[in-house]
Design a protein around this ligand. Structure first.
Ligand code: SAH
Length: 352
């Protein structure tokens, strides 16, 4: 018998992660959906994603745009190009704009502060940043310019594994947990998350990760399958070295991703959880819908111009270059309607 879902603790989460009885899993899905409805309602919030730069100074071992991911054509969007995407998001009715990119010193403090101010002034949208481990001074300036939220996945609570997949920059120590706490002090809503099935991730550490979401009282939690990028170390020798023993190694499959999302919803009832692009790539026909039915309440349609989208390939197949932003937005709305849910209005923050 799997543990009762009423008072799940870390060990209960651990037991559910490897549950494979289909009647038990049906009960898990139903509970996650019920908790989602009771705490964040039937609205699905749309956040327009703009991938502002693919330059990156980091060498995260899993990421297809990391500095170590081979010679790639690199781009950085201009102020006006980003603003144009923001206007498009406003016209689509998106309450939030997410500006994401590699950790790129060429995206300077002053540049991003200007962009944030201009977007606020023109569209009034909530603004989420996801630009890596930036300095206190950068984060503060962007918060003062009007940024509302920041996304920075910690990827794993296993510190030995964390260090192997997040090499530090010279003279510093990579510390995503520390950054998240500083952002919270500055008044950002904070988002984090993990990939499911990275080599070295065990069922025990994944249970710890989910429990940490609750411990840190995270406002937004992104969970997607790990999709190996052939040009990264984690897809090659490093991945083989780090992989846990069979039976302990978490699978990078849809079922495990959905279990993690459902358990996260149950232990963090009022957080915002996207149904991620990576999940929809693993299962193009149903992944997005499955996520929304098992705990998620957010979709992030891509607004990046296709000529840049094709270069922001953090994992294979991500780019969806054949779909226009309009088609992606329409697809999200029709999915929401088909599921009997409603398109969220307003900024859709956890606290607003
Ligand atoms: N530079 C920013 C944004 C990175 S891209 C940052 O570091 O936060 C956003 C997310 O994509 C990452 O946090 C990571 O969880 C996910 N990602 C990166 N590589 C991936 C891969 N190979 N498979 C699946 N997701 C990946």
């Amino acid at each position: 018998m799997p543990p009762a879902l009423d008072h799940l603790d870390r060990d209960g989460i651990r037991a559910w992660l490897t549950e494979d009885d289909s009647a038990a899993l049906d009960a898990l899905w139903r509970r996650a959906d019920r908790v989602r409805r009771a705490h964040v309602g039937n609205e699905v919030h749309l956040r327009g994603l703009v991938e502002v730069t693919n330059y990156c100074v980091r060498e995260c071992a899993y990421c297809g745009i990391a500095a170590c991911a081979g010679p790639l054509p690199r781009y950085r969007m201009t102020h006006d190009e980003i603003l144009e995407c923001a206007r498009q998001g406003r016209d689509f009715g998106f309450g939030t704009l997410v500006l994401q990119g590699g950790e790129d010193p060429g995206v300077t403090r002053a540049f991003m502060a200007d962009v944030v101010r201009a977007i606020k002034q023109e569209t009034g949208a909530a603004i989420t940043l996801s630009l890596g481990e930036r300095s206190d001074e950068d984060l503060r300036a962007w918060r003062e310019a009007g940024a509302d939220r920041y996304l920075l996945r910690f990827e794993t609570t296993d510190l030995a594994l964390y260090r192997r997949i997040h090499p530090s920059l010279a003279g510093t120590v990579s510390d995503r947990f520390g950054r998240l706490l500083r952002m919270r002090e500055m008044g950002y809503e904070i988002g984090t998350g993990v990939m499911i099935g990275i080599p070295g991730q065990t069922w025990d550490t994944l249970a710890d990760d989910i429990w940490a979401f609750r411990g840190y009282d995270i406002d937004m939690i992104g969970i997607g399958p790990y999709l190996p990028s052939p040009r990264t170390p984690l897809a090659g020798a490093l991945g083989q070295e780090l992989a846990a023993a069979p039976g302990e190694q978490v699978a990078n499959d849809e079922l495990t991703t959905l279990k993690t999302m459902a358990l996260t919803r149950i232990v963090c009832p009022d957080t915002n959880i996207p149904s991620t692009t990576a999940l929809s790539i693993l299962d193009p026909s149903a992944g997005r819908a499955n996520g929304l039915c098992r705990g998620a309440n957010v979709i992030m349609p891509n607004l990046t111009p296709p000529e840049y989208r094709v270069l922001y390939e953090i994992y294979p197949g991500k780019a969806a270059v054949h779909e226009t932003a309009q088609a992606l937005a329409d697809g999200a709305v029709s999915l929401i309607t088909t599921l009997g849910r409603t398109v969220g209005s307003g900024p859709g923050g956890r606290r607003s």
